[in-house]
Design a protein around this ligand. Structure first.
Ligand code: SF4
Length: 456
C-alpha cells in the first residue's frame, strides 16, 4: 500500500516520534475505541504497560507524559505543546485522569503505568499493552500496540501496511524500489517530483498538496525561529545548554568567521530544531523526531544560500525527500529501535541530500545517487542516547547529518548520475546491518555513549 508525502512529513511534538508521538496516538486510539464500542462509561480503571525500548528509554523520551496526554485525548498534530505540562501536573497531583477529556477515573500512575524493562512484546521493541477494567476489576478490553518509528503505530497483529496512515486508493505510479521509481520516471517522461505529485493527486487536489507542503515548510521555519529565540537549558538530568540562540546571535551580528560561515548557519538551523524537539516543542517529523533537524536545516540552506531558490524548489525538495523516506520505510525501517541511528539520522541525511538535488534541478539519477551517498556513509551508526534523552548525541548529530547531506548532494551534482552502489543496494545493506546490530545499540541506552558518559 502506497504512502503519501504527508505520512512521511507530519506535524507533531518532541522529543521522539516513536517514543512520544506513537504512544500518544496509541493511547488515544485505545480510549477512542472504548468510546466507539460503548465501553468508556463502564471503564473504572486503566492500566498501561510499556515494553522493550519504550520501557528502557521511555522516561527520557517523554513516553509516560505522552501516554497520559493521549489517554486524555491529545493528538500529536494538534496538541498545544505548552498544554502538556499543566495536564501532567494535574493528573499527578489529583491522582485522576479524564479519559478522552470526558470520563474521569482514579489513576495511580506508579501502579498503573508500568515500565516492563526486562520484557518485550513479540512483534517490535516498542510495544505497549493497554487494559481497561470495569466493575469488580473485570477486563473490558486489552490491546497491544506497537510504535514502529516516525510516529506510525500498528495495532495487535495487524500487518504494518494496514496500520500505517496509508492512502487506500493506489496512485498511478506505485513503486517499491529505487530502480522501479527511476524506471517509471523514464518510461513516463517524468521528473521524480512530477511522479510524486501525480501520485499525491490521487488523494488530494494539486492546490491542497501545494498548501500542505508549504505548511510543512512554514512549521519548519517557525521551529527554527523559536529555537533561535529560546535560551537556557533543556529539560532533563544532563542540563544541556541550548547552543542555537548564541550561534544565531553571533552570525547575525556579523561576528561569524570566514568562508565556512555557511556551515555555521547549517549547524545553527539543525541545532535550533533539535533543541526545540528535546524541549518537547512543535516539530515536523522528518522522518522521525530525533532526526527532525536535518531536512529543515538543508532546506534553510537552500532558501538562504542558493541563488534562485523559490517555492517550486521547496516543493520539489519535499516531494523527492519523501520518496526516499518511503523507500526506507518499505524496505528497511525508520525506527531507531530497529536500525539504530541509521534509521533516523541516516535516513534523514539521505532524504535531505535527494531533496537538495531536486530543488537544484538535478536529474532523477543524480537524486538517487545523492540519496545513496547520504546513507552509505551513515551505515552502522548506532543509537545510544545518554540518560535516555534525545539530546546527546542526537542534537549535534543532526548538525553533522545536515552538513553530510549537503556534501552528498554536491558530490552527486558533480557527477552524471552513474555510480557503482545503487540506492537499493545501500538500503538492503542498512537493513542487514540493522538486523545484525546488537540490541544495546538500538535505542535502549544500554551501550555506546549511554554507558560511557556520566549522566551528570
Ligand atoms: S541516537 Fe539517533 S536514533 Fe537514537 S535517539 Fe538519538 S537521534 Fe534517535
Amino acid at each position: 500500500m502506497s504512502l503519501s508525502v504527508f505520512d512521511i512529513f507530519k506535524v507533531g511534538i518532541g522529543p521522539s516520534s516513536s517514543h512520544t508521538m506513537g504512544p500518544m496516538r496509541a493511547a488515544r486510539e485505545f480510549v477512542a475505541g472504548l468510546k466507539r464500542d460503548g465501553l468508556l462509561a463502564a471503564t473504572s480503571q486503566i492500566a498501561v504497560r510499556l515494553y522493550g525500548s519504550l520501557a528502557l528509554t521511555g522516561i527520557g523520551h517523554g513516553t509516560d507524559r505522552a501516554v497520559l496526554a493521549g489517554l486524555e485525548g491529545a493528538v500529536p498534530e494538534t496538541v498545544d505543546p505548552d498544554s502538556i505540562e499543566p495536564l501532567i501536573r494535574r493528573v499527578r497531583s489529583e491522582g485522576r485522569i479524564k479519559l478522552l477529556g470526558e470520563h474521569e477515573i482514579p489513576f495511580d500512575e506508579p501502579m498503573q503505568l508500568l515500565f516492563m524493562r526486562h520484557e518485550t512484546l513479540p512483534r517490535h521493541s516498542n510495544g505497549m499493552r493497554f487494559t481497561a477494567l470495569g466493575a469488580n476489576s473485570s477486563v473490558l478490553r486489552e490491546d497491544d500496540y506497537y510504535s514502529i518509528g516516525g510516529g506510525f503505530i500498528v495495532h495487535g497483529d495487524e500487518t504494518e501496511a494496514s496500520g500505517v496512515r496509508a492512502a487506500h486508493v493506489e496512485p498511478p505510479y506505485p513503486f517499491t524500489s529505487g530502480a522501479e521509481l527511476l524506471a517509471k520516471c523514464r518510461e513516463n517522461g517524468l521528473e521524480l517530483y512530477e511522479l510524486m505529485l501525480a501520485n499525491e493527486r490521487t488523494w488530494r487536489s494539486e492546490e491542497e498538496v501545494r498548501a500542505g507542503l508549504l505548511n510543512i515548510w512554514k512549521v519548519m521555519q517557525q521551529c527554527v525561529e523559536r529555537g533561535f529565540r529560546q535560551t537556557g537549558h533543556l529539560p532533563g538530568v544532563l542540563k544541556v545548554k541550548r547552543r542555537a540562540p548564541k550561534m544565531y546571535r553571533v552570525l547575525t551580528e556579523g561576528k561569524g568567521s570566514s568562508a565556512l560561515e555557511v556551515m555555521d548557519w547549517v549547524n545553527a538551523f539543525a541545532l535550533a530544531v533539535n533543541e526545540e524537539n528535546a524541549a518537547g516543542g512543535r516539530v515536523v517529523t522528518a522522518p522521525t523526531n530525533g532526526a527532525a533537524g536535518i531536512v529543515p536545516a538543508v532546506m534553510h540552506f537552500y532558501a538562504r544560500f542558493e541563488p534562485g531558490a523559490n517555492e517550486a524548489g521547496i516543493m520539489r525538495f519535499l516531494l523527492c525527500a519523501a520518496a526516499m523516506g518511503m523507500l526506507y520505510k518499505r524496505n528497511a525501517s525508520i525506527s531507531g529501535a530497529e536500525m539504530g541511528c541509521m534509521g533516523e539520522v541516516g535516513v534523514a541525511c539521505s532524504m535531505a541530500a535527494a531533496g537538495l538535488v531536486a530543488a537544484l534541478n538535478g536529474t532523477n539519477e543524480q537524486i538517487e545517487n545523492a540519496a545513496e551517498i547520504g546513507m552509505e556513509h551513515n551505515l552502522g551508526l548506532t543509537c545510544d542516547p545518554v540518560a535516555g534523552l534525545v539530546q546527546i548525541p542526537c542534537i549535534e548529530r543532526n548538525a553533522m547529518g545536515s552538513v553530510k547531506a549537503i556534501n552528498a548532494a554536491r558530490l552527486a551534482m558533480r557527477g552524471d548520475g552513474t555510480h557503482k552502489v545503487s540506492l537499493d543496494q545501500v538500503i538492503a545493506t542498512m537493513r542487514q546491518t540493522g538486523l545484525d546490530m546488537q540490541t544495546i545499540y538500538k535505542e535502549t541506552s544500554q551501550g555506546g555513549l549511554a554507558v560511557n558518559v556520566p549522566e551528570c
